[in-house]
Structure formats: structure tokens, C-alpha cells
Ligand binder design. Structure first.
Ligand code: 5GP
Length: 196
């Protein structure tokens, strides 16, 4: 998606440790017009799929998922919550996710009443690096016995293995921008040809 690539080029900064900072429009300050355009693009990419619900993870997934939902017939958005304590009364799906940026593992929950067996779900998130966050959401989907119709990502870092692994596992993964390389010294960012 050219508009997103241009914004990353213009306002993205490359941090040590393979971290791309895009908090001017995605991870801290939110450009809702851009989010709306991203939602329209995912709707085009997943046209023809039955989507009953969008599943994402807090915090940065929420804004993009809510704007995207407007393009999928205003379906509900459910976000997985990062939590300190897991309640053991069985009314939640739980998993653990290793955070690439925070370098620690944390528990994640979704209330069972918000994911029902047989629902068709689109998973959305802001970044894809090694795929840990998405695999956590996929685990929850499997526990809930929902159908994963597809996975939409804003920024995939194509030089990390998450995208390759998920495509090999057979998921219908569409990323709006795929970063091919980034150089923290020069600040340069290049994009892969994106078949989406
Ligand atoms: P993964 O679980 O695929 O390794 O990493 C994905 C998660 O880590 C995303 O949900 C995002 O929050 C965070 N993340 C990974 N890489 C980056 C990055 O380069 N920049 C930013 N802003 N977040 C990242």
C-alpha cells in the first residue's frame, strides 16, 4: 500500500535492535484517515470472505481494527488483553506471548463469551516480526474453535521470519507494507515488492 510505505519513509525511524518506530502515525499518535484507508485496503484484500468478527491485541491493534471494522459491515472488534493475573474460573481463553519489543513474556486473555465456536474471524495487528503475537492469537482462535479467515498486518518486517512461517503454515496473510531492509546508521528503509 503506497500511502503507508510513503508515511513510513517520511516519518519512520530505525532504532537499534531491528525496531521500526512509527509512533507519529501508528503507535502513539494515530492518523485515523490513514487507518481508514488501511481498513479499506484490507476489505479489498479479504473481499468475498465471511468475516463475523475482528480479533486484535492491545494496545496498537485496537485503533486500526476499529477503523477496519467500518469496512467489514461494522463487525465487532475483540482485543486480546495483556494481563498480570490469569483468573482460573475458566471463562477466559489464555495464552502467553513473548514480546519482541519488550523482550519478556506476558499472559494474554480473551473472554470466552466474545469468541464463539464456528465464528469466522479476521486477525489484525500493527506489526509482524517473528510471529509470536500472531501465534498467540492463533492459539486462542484454536481454543475457541473459530475459523481464521485471514490475517491482516500493517507493517511486516520481511527480514524476520514471522511472515514466512505463517504463510508456510497456510494462513492467508496480507501485509500492507513489507519492509525488506532497514539501516539504523543511515536511517534508510526499503520495501519488498508486495504481491498483496
Ligand atoms: P512478533 O510477535 O511478530 O515478533 O512482534 C510483533 C509485535 O511486536 C507487534 O504486535 C508489535 O507490537 C511489536 N513489534 C515488533 N517489531 C516491531 C517494530 O519494529 N516496531 C514496532 N513499533 N513494534 C514492533
Amino acid at each position: 500500500m503506497q500511502e503507508l510505505e510513503e508515511r513510513i519513509r517520511r516519518q519512520g525511524t530505525v532504532k537499534p535492535g531491528n525496531v521500526l518506530k512509527v509512533d507519529a502515525f501508528l503507535n502513539h499518535q494515530c492518523d485515523v484517515r490513514l487507518f481508514d484507508h488501511m481498513g479499506a485496503e484490507w476489505a479489498r484484500l479479504f473481499a468475498g470472505h465471511q468475516i463475523d468478527k475482528i480479533l486484535t491485541i492491545e494496545a496498537s491493534g485496537i485503533g486500526i481494527a476499529c477503523l477496519a471494522a467500518r469496512h467489514f459491515g461494522d463487525v465487532p472488534v475483540v482485543f486480546a488483553k495483556k494481563t498480570q493475573s490469569i483468573n482460573l474460573d475458566g471463562d477466559q481463553y489464555t495464552t502467553r506471548i513473548y514480546s519482541f519489543t519488550k523482550q519478556r513474556e506476558y499472559p494474554v486473555i480473551v473472554a470466552k463469551r466474545f469468541l464463539k465456536k464456528g465464528e469466522h474471524v479476521l486477525i489484525l495487528d500493527d506489526f509482524l516480526a517473528k510471529g509470536n503475537a500472531l501465534h498467540g492469537l492463533i492459539d486462542i482462535c484454536h481454543d475457541a474453535k473459530v475459523v481464521i479467515e485471514g490475517i491482516g498486518i500493517a507493517v511486516e518486517k520481511g527480514f524476520q521470519e514471522g511472515g514466512r512461517t505463517l504463510r508456510k503454515e497456510g494462513y492467508n496473510l496480507k501485509s500492507l507494507a513489507i519492509v525488506e531492509s532497514m539501516d539504523p546508521d543511515q536511517g534508510t528503509i526499503t520495501f519488498a515488492h508486495n504481491p498483496a
